[in-house]
Design a protein around this ligand. Sequence first.
Ligand SMILES: NC(=O)c1ccc[n+]([C@@H]2O[C@H](COP(=O)([O-])OP(=O)(O)OC[C@H]3O[C@@H](n4cnc5c(N)ncnc54)[C@H](OP(=O)(O)O)[C@@H]3O)[C@@H](O)[C@H]2O)c1
Length: 331
Amino acid sequence: MTTSSTRFGVIGTGRITRRLVADLQSTDGAVVTAIASRSRERARWYGDQYGIDAAVEGYAELLKRDDVDAVYISLPPSMHAEWAIAAANHGKHVLCEKPLTVSVAQTRQVDLACQAAGVRWLDATGWLHHDRTDAFATWLGEGRFGKIGHVSAAVSFYQPFQSGDHRLDASLGGGCILDLGWYAGGLVRFAMGRMPAWVLADEVILDGVSQRLTAMMGFDDGATATISCGYDTATRKWFEVAGTESSLICDDFTRPWADRPARYWIHDAAGTVKSESFDGHQERNMIKRLISDEPLLRYQQQAIDTQAIVEAVQASIKAGGTKFVLSTMTD
Ligand SMILES: NC(=O)c1ccc[n+]([C@@H]2O[C@H](COP(=O)([O-])OP(=O)(O)OC[C@H]3O[C@@H](n4cnc5c(N)ncnc54)[C@H](OP(=O)(O)O)[C@@H]3O)[C@@H](O)[C@H]2O)c1
């Protein structure tokens, strides 16, 4: 991307911003030069908190700055496409929080805008960039677990929301389908290396937004997958990939538990268990990847496919919990 440090501008001052700003500031080759909020005071307060020189009122103003090469977008999901496309049109590289957008059509528009502008983009789905995930990808590619018959993933947390949380506002892209289904659906796509043929889903809604999602998926070769996501059970971030030879199990795939290294287990038919842990920093790896010259196509395709799985989940629910066949998708 560039030989000197890539200068990031941050758009939004939400809860996740603090963590990603620290990750940007601790990644070789990245610096944070500006932060934008809807409010000048809020931008200034966060700028002071995070040690960022330029505090900017309004996201559009940040995009005009010459001291910004790339943006990190941490807005509610319904605003991602608009600001990712605007950033690309200003020649800025884009690191956008998950879910990348709220529809396949919007995700394609982001991809096209970045291609047209010649800028790089990634969604900030950190787990895809952990060294452990690279090992999983290698083993899955080698067929180490035999033929995969089933994948299951569960992502949830139980937390009283603060009033005004975008997760409770459908118009901002709230609800657990986009928020947590992004991780679980993406894990299925990653583990199988291809798209499901059909999706069958149901949800529990509270105050207009999805609180719990349960979905089943099927593949052309007969393999299946199940995902469970929700705001109504204690934290889960785990998966099982079940093959004819053994199963790969992980209980912290979205982000390693704070006090432990990243880990996994392989169980075989004889009950033998292999377990190992990994060091590494997924967000720093992700940032390094964005600011390098490494091809990003496989991560971008993973994001586009994940968006399609999430949309198929929504389509199945909308159709009253009937099977949605992905080949009927128009976008
Ligand atoms: N990668 C991860 O591990 C991870 C973890 C948590 C969240 N996320 C994702 O990161 C994104 C932001 O999540 P968050 O929890 O940080 O969100 P948040 O705390 O609700 O913050 C969102 C920010 O967006 C701006 N905003 C602009 N218009 C808004 C509106 N109408 N309502 C609310 N906020 C508005 C606000 O910044 P200003 O007022 O300063 O303009 C606000 O601080 C989401 O897409 C979420 O899924 C990712």
